[in-house]
Design a protein around this ligand. Structure first.
Ligand code: ADP
Length: 682
């Protein structure tokens, strides 16, 4: 066995690799960017070395720096994790040149599978079924359109260098072909620096089914069955499971064999995944699956395979990299039960899945039998805008698919995250969704059901807001800090209270920011208990539990510690509280009356960054006239671009950002003086 390994990655996968490496007695070496100095993987490793600034291209993607750290630390091997350098043949070669073992396949295999067109041609030669299409060198628009016609619509245009669903366009009719082609080429050029595309048949009712393969240096190749990753959003996996629902044994055998042949065709060693697309329109069948691509690394969703096979795939990787034989051969591998994995993301499904970064004021994972949590962050850590915003993978194993889904749902239901918004309720809804639950789904399932899954704007949770307001008022009174050092009345001074009466009813008003919206709130306390009324809304009762000890000296109320009912979690963080109820987060912030209200001053025409990110483009300059809806700037966060548009027509009075700059969530980007305001002023 190897004696040491450097993990050229971060987050949950670095943590996950370190865990197994330590168990096997290896010395573990972490690397970290400036943004990750206090990260979990850094704390867990035996040693850790800085490799540069936060942006991945300046740290986790710099081959030379990682190799020089590996030499300095005398690492015997490098595990690349997934993403970053894991599928870069030059990295595997640089390791070899430095005399370091690359925990992965030979550079030649990475290269052979690196481009979709070449990989497809190779697979076709090896007798592996490939989606009908054109994977040739000709890129002339007229020629490609003819090919699309021959293949038959609908077709899919894919970037040859593609990944992560970028540069991929579905075209349903010839009329739309040219435009889709141009857009796919543009995206491909932007994302990969390579505009070449291929055209293939768009498979109807597509199911994404992939096979885990493993090879060793002794000529053995096995498969560890399939994973179904059909629950996707924008071609990105959301929930993965193993085995695939409704998989006929004959198809499993055929796919397994095809995957092993694919691996053999490129001299594969280590962990890899062969991705297939299957036509699920009339149930799965052995003659209806086709090769899509091979990922020459460990996959995010590998834990579901570990759960059903009882194997540790990182251990397999390290053993194979040490020159050992595969721990088990095909006949000794079997499927036990069912496993499901959900990717818990810092993103807001109610706002188009916008990434949501920031500090994790609370992070607790629900538990259930057979549940495993893979994470790289802990309470108090930041979800950084620089990397993928995945918080954790929640993996549940059970005897049956229903049991696994129940357990996953239970674990998600008990998960509490305060700070960044997350997709936890969306994931929970998926575990219960009709259709998916019955195993009747394809890659379009989420898109067809966004509304039922709650991924649309939802009304404010008034009860949760009520609890938040109550907590803020309670705090203000308990602090009894009527004046600060300068003698100014603080926002919670009783001077701002608009009166209360002891006895029958006690009440107090305050202004608070509820999920960023400023409202007047009033807490009324009648003999029936407390209730909160938010501006323009009905009052909601906010019953408390625990012993009521009476009203305090400043008119406050005094309770035992646990005053909130079980279904409400109130998490304090400085001047704000996060109330979690039914998995949803409501943020209630104390409003300081001395704060200047920019929104009101600029006539509602302020454009703010909706999340932390990098400004990639600015379209306006001060003095420019804009129409409502005009583009103001593009911000990129976590590999996605978001266009900010003018909330109102008028004149741009201020531009606060430059292209290339980082911006924080909520930071001003530009201000527009509304046209009517100008009229008034003139
Ligand atoms: P990327 O490398 O960009 O992730 P893939 O080739 O792996 O692209 O495809 C990503 C997803 O796109 C698949 O999981 C599937 O949902 C969809 N897809 C790909 N090819 C087809 C096809 N021929 N027909 C229908 N859907 C497809």
């Amino acid at each position: 066995m190897l004696s040491s390994v450097l993990i050229a990655n971060r987050g949950e996968i670095a943590v996950r690799v370190i865990r197994t490496a330590k168990r096997l007695g290896l010395r573990t070496i972490a690397v970290y960017s400036d943004a990750d100095a206090n990260a979990m993987h850094v704390k867990m490793a035996d040693e850790a070395y800085p490799i540069g600034p936060a942006p991945a291209r300046d740290s986790y993607l710099v081959i030379d720096r990682i190799i020089s750290v590996a030499k300095q630390a005398m690492a015997e091997a490098i595990h690349p994790g997934y993403g970053f350098l894991s599928e870069r043949a030059e990295f595997a070669e640089a390791c070899a040149a430095a005399g370091i073992v690359f925990v992965g396949p030979p550079a030649s295999a990475i290269r052979a599978m690196g481009l979709k067109d070449g990989a497809k041609a190779l697979m076709q030669k090896a007798g592996v079924p490939v989606v009908p299409g054109y994977h040739g060198a000709m890129q002339d628009a007229k020629f490609l359109k003819e090919k699309a016609y021959e293949i038959g619509y609908p077709v899919l245009i894919k970037a040859v260098a593609g990944g992560g669903g970028k540069g991929m366009k579905r075209v349903d009719k010839a009329m739309d072909f040219e435009e889709a082609l141009a857009s796919a080429q543009r995206e491909a050029q932007g994302a990969f620096g390579d505009p070449r595309v291929l055209i293939e048949k768009y498979v109807l009712s597509p199911r994404h089914i992939e096979i885990q393969v493993f090879g060793d240096t002794h000529g053995n190749v096995v498969h560890l069955f399939e994973r179904d990753c059909s629950l996707q959003r924008r071609h990105q996996k959301v929930i993965e499971e193993a085995p695939a629902p409704g998989m006929p044994e004959a198809m499993r055998a055929a796919m397994g064999q095809a995957a092993v042949e694919a691996a053999r065709a490129v001299g594969y060693v280590g962990a890899g995944t062969v991705e297939f697309i299957a036509d699920g329109s009339a149930g799965l069948s052995p003659d209806k699956f086709w090769f899509m691509e091979m990922n020459t690394r460990l996959q995010v969703e590998h834990p579901v395979t570990e759960a059903i096979t009882g194997q540790d795939l990182v251990e397999w990787q390290l053993r194979v990299a040490s020159g050992e034989r595969l721990p088990l051969l095909q006949d000794n591998l079997a499927i036990n039960g069912h496993a499901v994995e959900a990717r818990l993301y810092a993103e807001d499904p109610e706002k188009g899945f916008l990434p949501s970064t920031g500090k994790l004021h609370a992070l607790e994972f629900g538990t259930a039998d057979g549940v495993r949590i893979d994470t790289g962050v802990e309470e108090g850590a930041e979800v950084s805008p620089f990397y993928d915003p995945m918080i954790a993978k929640v993996i549940a194993h059970g005897a049956t698919r229903d049991e696994a889904l129940d357990r996953l749902g239970e674990a998600l239901g008990g998960t509490v995250v305060a700070g960044p918004r997350t997709n936890v309720t969306f994931l929970k809804a998926l575990t219960e969704a009709d259709g998916f639950r019955e195993g009747d789904f394809d890659t379009g399932f989420i898109d067809r059901n966004v509304e039922a899954l709650g991924a649309v704007p939802q009304p404010m949770d008034a009860r949760a807001a009520g609890y938040g307001v109550l907590k803020l008022i309670q705090n203000s009174i308990e602090k009894v800090e009527a004046f600060d050092a300068q003698g100014h009345a603080g926002p919670w001074s009783p001077l701002y209270a608009d009166g209360f009466t002891l006895g029958a009813t006690w009440s107090r008003s305050t202004r608070a920011d509820l999920n960023g919206e400023r409202v007047e709130a009033r807490l009324n306390w009648s003999p029936a208990g407390p209730n909160v009324r938010l501006e323009g809304a009905e009052s909601v009762s906010v019953p408390l539990v625990g012993e009521f000890k009476g009203f305090g000296p400043m008119g406050g109320f005094i309770f035992g510690d646990d005053i909130f009912p079980d279904d409400v979690r109130v998490i304090e963080a400085g001047d704000r509280v996060f109330v979690i109820r039914n998995g949803r987060q409501t943020e209630v912030r104390a409003f300081d009356p001395l704060d200047v209200d920019l929104d009101h001053l600029d006539g509602g025409g302020s454009v703010k960054a909706p999340m932390h990110g990098k400004v990639v483009q600015v379209f306006v300059e001060p003095g420019q006239q804009v129409e409502k809806g005009d583009r103001i700037a593009v911000i990129e966060a976590m590999k996605m671009e978001h266009t900010l548009v003018a909330p109102t027509g008028g004149t741009v009075t201020m531009v606060a950002v430059l292209a290339g700059e980082q911006v924080a969530e909520g930071a001003p980007v530009a201000a527009i003086e509304a046209a009517e305001e100008q009229g008034k002023a003139a």
